[in-house]
Design a protein. Structure first.
Length: 197
């Protein structure tokens, strides 16, 4: 019976690991995009990245993969994985917040990155932690708007108003997904109970 729960956990862990690895890659692409638009490491003669930039990109991706592989193995062998998952989720929130600050413009299309961590947190840890992650992400986006986005001449922060909708999307993503996770867990418990009888 424990075998069914372990298999479910392992499948969820594999999916979540892939999503987090891809989101790290997206973060790197965002940073690289930001650097290249400011022409920091571009060769000005032909507008192609120079050899140094390409080497840094390749080395960074390899380092991210090696670090991720190392921590994945360590997490699977560690008893209290829940604590590590919670800390990891808040590290991702901090990373996405830094990206939001770094890419601050009139409209930052990178706010969808928070959805990755909200969905994975809800799948891993249930509705309670999913809602906490959604609320922390929403507060992070809104506070960044209040601090970094200038108020218009009419005294209204339109970006803040638009991000209230984004905050609602965060919460409305975690809430039904969390209920689905609870229903799925209850279904598995009933199946295990029926197998014992």
């Amino acid at each position: 019976m424990r075998y069914l729960e372990d298999m479910k956990r392992k499948k969820i862990y594999n999916i979540i690991s892939i999503v987090k690895l891809v989101s790290l890659l997206f973060c790197y692409i965002i940073v690289y995009n930001r650097i290249s638009t400011k022409n920091i490491y571009l060769n000005m003669n032909n507008a192609f990245p120079n050899v140094f930039t390409v080497q840094v990109l390749i080395c960074s991706i390899i380092l991210i993969y090696i670090a991720w592989s190392f921590f994945s193995v360590k997490i699977l062998n560690f008893r209290n994985t829940r604590t590590i998952e919670i800390v990891e989720n808040f590290i991702f929130i901090a990373l996405y917040s830094v990206l939001d600050i770094m890419c601050r413009s009139s409209v930052s299309e990178y706010k969808f990155m928070f959805l990755f961590i909200i969905i994975t947190a809800t799948l891993q840890l249930g509705i309670k932690h999913g809602m906490i992650t959604a609320l922390v992400s929403a507060v992070s986006v809104l506070v960044i708007d209040l601090i970094y986005v200038p108020v218009s001449s009419s005294g209204v922060n339109f970006q803040f108003q638009n991000d209230l909708i984004v905050a609602a999307v965060y919460v409305l993503t975690a809430w039904p997904l969390g209920h689905y996770v609870e229903i799925e867990d209850e279904s598995i418990r009933k199946k295990i109970l029926n197998l014992k009888i």
